[in-house]
Design a protein around this ligand. Structure first.
Ligand SMILES: [Zn+2]
Length: 251
């Protein structure tokens, strides 16, 4: 059983023998592959009879963090999109994020732009230009984000939701920017690691509110990142040790 996202909606299909090595379908049907499928229309489910891949995103598959990101992008689409509801824009966004990840675009901002645009395409656009509570135009004084209200709050409404999250001006600005720009530009935006982390946690809180739980792939994505960070911090300990050794020689 496969879950596919097509230009005319999400569809569950059956691919018989896709896991057998010698099957005609083996290798053509894999997670996050852009493919043309020929379907035999069944009573309840359609059956895949032929498959010809258009893009397997080969480069993406050599990098664990990008695999995690692609898995997350696919799972987010699966969770947010209702079955059999046509949404061409959602299809284009998923294809676009896989292409960007494959082309080497910066992983985190590419995912943030994807999240913002997918939310918009599916009617969950977080409000970042008008107060999510009273509708007044937001200014640079904005410093609260309320997942339950559906976006940022103006200073007058900030106290209304005690569970609203603090939001720095740089994080507010980068979210607003990514929301109105085409998603392809995300890889070229330069922001600090702290701001990227904050934008991620704000959107994660918002998605958690909509989905009512975390996605499975988030744990994987976090694990991969911790692994990267652990290897970096081992490197910096080595450098410190080296620097101390140098100091000793001066004594
Ligand atoms: Zn307000």
């Amino acid at each position: 059983m496969l879950t596919t996202l097509t230009p005319s909606g999400k569809r569950r299909v059956v691919a018989k023998g896709a896991r057998k090595i010698h099957s005609r379908l083996a290798g053509h049907i894999e997670l996050f592959t852009h493919t043309t499928l020929m379907l035999a229309v069944g009573r309840n489910l359609h059956i895949v009879t032929q498959s010809s891949p258009l893009d397997r995103f080969e480069r993406l598959r050599t990098d664990l963090e990008r695999i995690g990101a692609a898995y997350y992008a696919a799972e987010l689409a699966d969770r947010l999109i209702e079955e059999e509801s046509e949404n061409r824009r959602a299809f284009d966004l998923l294809l676009g994020v896989l292409r960007a990840l494959d082309a080497g675009a910066a992983v985190d901002l590419t995912l943030r732009a994807y999240e913002l645009h997918l939310l918009d395409a599916l009617g969950y656009r977080p409000q970042l230009h008008e107060c999510a509570s009273c509708g007044v135009a937001l200014t640079e004084a904005t410093d609260r984000f309320s997942p339950s209200a559906g976006g940022a709050l103006c200073p007058q409404c900030a106290g209304a939701d005690r569970r609203a999250l603090p939001m720095s001006l740089p994080a507010f600005k980068v979210l607003r920017y990514l929301q109105i720009q085409p998603p392809e530009i995300a890889g070229e935006v330069r922001v600090s690691a702290a701001t990227r982390a904050e934008a991620e946690s704000l959107l994660r809180a918002y998605l958690r509110h909509i989905l009512e739980r975390d996605l499975r792939s988030l744990a994987f994505l976090d694990d991969v990142r911790h692994l990267h960070e652990a290897s970096r911090s081992v490197g910096s300990i080595d450098m410190r040790y080296f620097a101390q050794g140098v100091d000793h020689e001066h004594d």
